[in-house]
Design a protein around this ligand. Structure first.
Ligand SMILES: [Zn+2]
Length: 318
């Protein structure tokens, strides 16, 4: 055998000198673990986020704006507007775009939103005499149900199921300014007294939020303190009642003006215990919690304004 052949056979043999343990180690560390890690990487986001639309705040606002624009176009003096639910649009697109909301654009959302409205009639309004007669046509719309729209889109049974799961998702964390208070938080009273003594359950903070009644994007000018109807409401500081009575969305409301350009407002009251121009002392009972005006449940909407501008009431109690 030549020297070359000997060396070659040695090299070849050395490949078979591995211990069976080494082979198992190699299989575990070089094959199995990387495989599992890669599998986890792909499986993780799919299973974890399946029921949670991967949408950002800007994209949600686009859906809200379009839903509102299309809803507004349906109203006229002959018919009330129909309200399209933006959550349904988001849920449909979560399935349609397989969660890739970068595919969403306002044109496509508008097309989808229009599927929710159906023209059921029209009113012709004539003015003037022929040949100068002017005819104006006012369409009358009805809202289609989610199921009707899903059928129009030819969604399968499992896709319909997914849409309904997505609708359950609570977007409030993405959209609403939370009060961000720890559990068992208690107001620290410095310049102001807490308006609902002993009740510190804040259901909506100050700042941008989705309107709970119209589901449009808005700004919450105060904080909502949840309390049963009839719970007493007190004046946060000494002052004069600037207004006490009904005011639209506020329902029964009291405005109190204080020294230094401050004003506090107490809204949705079930009843009012003070009169306009009345001088009140800090801690006086001025009214009772209720749900009057634009409200979805019994609570006090409390505002603090400086020079007319609403500021975060919680800044005075932390
Ligand atoms: Zn409020």
């Amino acid at each position: 055998m030549s020297a070359l052949a000997k060396t070659l056979s040695k090299v070849l043999l050395s490949f078979f000198e591995f211990d069976i343990k080494d082979i198992i180690k190699f299989l575990i560390f070089a094959v199995l673990i990387p495989f599992l890690l890669i599998a986890l990487l792909f499986a993780g986001p799919i299973t974890g986020a399946e029921k949670l639309p991967l949408i950002n705040t800007e994209q949600i606002k686009m859906y809200i704006d379009v839903a509102n624009k299309v809803s507004e176009s349906t109203g006229s003096k002959y018919s009330e507007r129909v309200q399209i639910n933006w959550r349904q649009l988001v849920a449909i697109d979560a399935v349609r775009f397989q969660q890739d909301f970068s595919k969403a654009n306002s044109y496509e959302i508008e097309e989808l939103a229009k599927m929710f409205i159906e023209k059921v009639d029209e009113v012709e309004e004539r003015s003037g005499e022929p040949p100068n007669e002017i005819v104006e046509v006012y369409p009358i719309y009805k809202l289609r149900s989610l199921d009707e729209v899903l059928n129009l889109l030819n969604f399968s049974a499992s896709e319909k199921e997914k849409v309904k799961e997505f609708i359950e998702f609570d977007f409030s964390l993405l959209l609403n300014s939370a009060a961000n208070l720890p559990d068992n938080w208690i107001a620290v009273e410095k310049n102001f007294k807490w308006p609902v003594p002993g009740v510190y359950r804040i259901t909506s903070g100050f700042g941008p939020r989705v309107d709970p009644v119209y589901e449009t994007m808005g700004f919450h000018s105060g904080i909502d303190i949840a309390a049963p109807t009839g719970t007493i409401v007190i004046a946060a500081a000494d002052g004069e009642v600037g207004y006490a009575g009904w005011n639209g969305g506020y329902g029964n409301v009291i405005y109190i003006t204080h020294n230094g350009g401050y004003e506090t407002r107490y809204a949705h009251l079930s009843s009012i215990a003070v009169k306009q121009r009345q001088i009140v002392k800090s801690g006086d009972v001025i009214g009772y919690v209720g749900s009057t005006g634009k409200s979805t449940g019994s609570h006090l909407h409390f505002e603090v304004r400086i020079g007319g501008r609403a500021v975060n009431p919680l800044d005075f109690f932390k």
